[in-house]
Design a binder for this molecule. Structure first.
Ligand code: CO
Ligand code: CO
Length: 316
């Protein structure tokens, strides 16, 4: 849809809509660029405070995924004030504020709209030095692929909506989704990271496909090495996954090479849309051990290959 829009010709725009990147980057001077992003989501968990925290962590993530440091945020709220008590909205906002504070920033304003379906998220403004912007388009042959959070949040939250998820599992998926990508991003300091993105609506397969397409390389993805919520495969097997999974598979699955032995369930899990997912990192192989030392939750999931460009080869 974006293809029909006029191109951006402002030379200060370092990252705009031409690559499928996480946030816009606007150069101020030689030392500083603004990194800015907006994101909002509908409720995916029952507790409004948890929802507020997850939505804020999700919005902040795109600043971290560009190598930026958040400065401040504005809130966007859509809420049915006539049918849902205002205390619920208060809890959502408190969750968002708490998460922003954990990120070291304040929510300094915002805008609200009456709407039948609640939505909440942040506009986050951050800072990055122009020569240290990390995009999803710089992956190089021989890089190792690392993922910092388990996938399957779309499947688990769909199960939650259908009242088919146990409390302990709800707690775990809420914890993972509300975890900031801040410390994982800070851990990349001084390491040879060539490409970076966060895993959200397009699923791991989609965001990896965008990374390799933008970088003109290919990738090998070892499905059995990908960290996955243990409940996810059996739920997917029972047909419990969000509508976006099949859309992702149609969109990104055809360009992937599925090696024999890759089950349909594995395909669903790899295409599962994530909320506040982890960082997907393409890093020089000599630095990967240090990265794993710094980020305890990180796993090696594959590597960058010569190609064919834009193609992800998936083995079991
Ligand atoms: Co993103
Ligand atoms: Co986003």
């Amino acid at each position: 849809m974006l293809c029909g829009l006029p191109p951006i010709d402002d030379p200060a725009v370092l990252v705009g809509t031409s690559t499928a990147d996480d946030a816009a980057v606007y150069r101020l001077d030689d030392a500083r660029a603004i990194v800015q992003t907006v994101d909002l989501i509908t409720p995916i968990v029952d507790d409004p405070y948890d929802y507020g925290q997850i939505a804020a962590a999700n919005s902040l993530s795109d600043v971290y995924a560009m190598g930026g440091t958040p400065l401040f945020a504005l809130a966007i709220v859509c809420f049915p004030t006539r049918t849902v008590p205002l205390e619920v909205l208060g809890r959502i906002l408190q969750g968002g504020i708490a998460k922003a504070r954990e990120a070291g920033i304040a929510i300094v304003g915002g805008h609200s709209v009456e709407d039948d379906e609640p939505k909440y998220g942040l506009v986050v403004t951050g800072l990055v030095s122009p020569d240290r912007v990390l995009t999803n388009a710089g992956a190089r042959l021989g890089d190792v692929l690392v993922l910092t959070k388990p996938i399957g949040t779309g499947i688990l939250t769909t199960a939650l909506k259908r009242k088919q998820l146990e409390d302990a599992s709800v707690r775990r998926v809420v914890d993972v989704m509300s975890t900031l990508n801040r410390s994982a991003a800070e851990a990349l300091n001084g390491l040879q990271v060539h490409a970076l993105t966060d895993v959200t609506g397009f699923g791991l397969l989609g965001h990896l496909t965008e990374m390799v397409a933008g970088s003109g390389v290919g990738a090998k993805l070892r499905a059995s090495s990908v960290p996955v919520f243990e409940e996810a495969p059996s739920l997917a097997q029972r047909g419990i996954f969000p509508g976006g999974t099949k859309r992702n598979l149609i969109h990104f699955g055809h360009s992937a090479q599925w090696l024999p032995g890759t089950s349909e369930v594995t395909q669903y899990v790899l295409a599962d849309p994530q909320t506040s997912g982890g960082l997907l990192i393409a890093i020089a192989s000599e630095d990967v051990d240090e990265l794993l030392r710094r980020v305890g939750s990180a796993s090696i999931i594959g590597e960058i290959t010569a190609g064919p460009p834009g193609v992800v080869q998936v083995s079991d």
